[in-house]
Ligand binder design. Structure first.
Ligand code: KG4
Ligand code: ZN
Length: 335
């Protein structure tokens, strides 16, 4: 069979990324240009600043990705691009670049859901085994997704308020840590102990939904009350207590869903899958259970990158998905 080569673009938030992927599994190149430094001083991503950076970087990132992959335009079967969800101004830069190149070189164009990308990052590690359960934990999403087969996504639970990454970033801000706060909380948590009594929010007994805003408020209140009493808080212990609550709820619900849906594989997707506490706890839970295969992408494929969009996009392309020149960014796109 002929190899399928796709060029992939991701620009939904604050990374401009272009990748070339072979057969949906092999990374020929994956160039990521991060804007984190520019957004740090604002304590979060400023959409207008993000769009400008994408415009400045996108051509260079394309050139570098094509050069590294060492391929010809005639070898590219499809151009895949994040269609949504994300910041509209940011999405449009990647989409317009993809459209222009698809038009100029007469190559099929395929729009991809950002979360499908995070899920398919796992296929760059090893083949997916269905049925599977994906725990999606990013800055904008917290979902349990059941997949009977390739590219069939059924959301069985989701957050009713904050996404996990969002809660991490807000807690980090309360502790005066730099943006993005997730990795800093993760690092502190490893140095501390679960000494603060923070809530675990389970919702209904059978629910696979999540809620993290109460936990976030509990952390903020703890800091506030300590200040009023003139007491010092111990950041390591507060980080460890927050992380323990998050991880306990995520792991319990994931394991319960995996059993109920009789899945073969559990995969983790999104920026928060870089979290060491979560990785450890899931590894232990899966080992104790002894019946699921667990896959977690390496750190470089956990946060936003185009390789994952290429992996998902290859499946979409093979299943006949096509976009046309009318494609628009969808900031609130459904999986
Ligand atoms: O998937 P992602 O790169 O962007 C979105 O699509 O949202 O996820 C970014 C989120 C941020 O909230 C960041 O703080 C969080 O992932 N994150 C982490 C860690 N690394 C990144 N959260 C907890 N622990 C980490 N090690
Ligand atoms: Zn993401």
């Amino acid at each position: 069979d002929k190899d399928i080569i796709v060029l992939a673009v991701e620009s939904s938030c604050d990374e401009t990324s272009v990748a070339v992927i072979k057969n949906g599994i092999e990374i020929l190149s994956n160039v990521v240009s991060s804007q984190i430094e520019s957004h740090k001083r604002f304590g979060g991503v400023v959409p207008e600043v993000a769009s400008r950076h994408h415009v400045e970087n996108v051509t260079m990132v394309f050139e570098e990705a094509l050069l590294k992959a060492n391929i010809d335009w005639k070898d590219i079967d499809a151009i895949t691009v994040t269609e949504g969800p994300g910041l509209i101004g940011s999405l449009l830069i990647g989409i317009n670049a993809a459209k222009a190149l698809a038009f100029a070189h007469d190559i099929p164009l395929v729009g991809v859901h950002h979360i499908a990308g995070h899920i398919y990052a796992n296929q760059l590690v090893e083949p997916l085994q269905f049925p599977l359960l994906a725990l999606v934990v990013s800055g904008g999403h917290t979902e349990l997704v059941y997949m009977e087969d390739h590219y069939q996504f059924k959301v069985i639970g989701e957050t009713l308020d904050d996404a996990v990454g969002e809660a991490y970033d807000k807690v980090a801000r309360t502790l005066k840590l730099p943006y993005p706060g997730g990795p800093h909380i993760d690092r502190l948590a490893a140095l501390g102990e679960d000494t603060y009594k923070l809530p675990r929010v389970w919702l209904d007994k059978d629910s696979y939904d999540f809620s993290f805003s109460g936990l976030k408020s509990a952390v903020i209140n703890t800091v506030h009350n300590a200040k009023q009493r003139g007491e010092e808080i111990i950041p390591e212990n507060l980080a460890a207590s927050f992380q323990a609550s998050v991880v306990e709820v995520l792991v319990e619900k994931t394991m319960r869903a995996a059993k109920e849906f009789h899945v073969k594989q559990i995969i983790v997707a999104g920026g928060v899958s870089a979290n060491k506490g979560l990785r450890h706890a899931l590894e232990n839970a899966v080992k104790a259970q002894g019946q699921f295969k667990l896959t977690i992408p390496p750190l470089s494929l956990c946060t936003d990158n185009a390789a994952m969009i290429g992996a998902a996009g290859t499946q979409a392309y093979l299943r006949g998905h096509r976009s046309n020149m009318e494609m628009n960014g969808q900031s609130g796109m459904e999986l």
